[in-house]
Design a protein around this ligand. Structure first.
Ligand code: ZN
Length: 61
């Protein structure tokens, strides 16, 4: 178990980085009309696509 300890640590660091990037991307929703690569702008209570004008209201309080 001790042999793989270092390797696991390195992998954890790598996955931490990846998770961080994924979280950032998750904050920006992709426009369902334009598809991949087109993110929607955050306007507080709603998200709007600057390309096609699609607006989506945020749910929740
Ligand atoms: Zn769009």
């Amino acid at each position: 178990m001790a042999k793989g300890g270092k390797k696991t640590e390195k992998r954890l660091k790598g996955s931490l980085y990846k998770t961080e990037g994924e979280n950032i991307e998750r904050l920006r929703k992709i426009c369902p009309k334009c598809g991949d690569g087109v993110f929607m702008a955050d306007h507080g209570d709603r998200l709007a696509c600057g390309k096609c004008g699609y607006t989506e209201f945020k749910k929740g309080s």
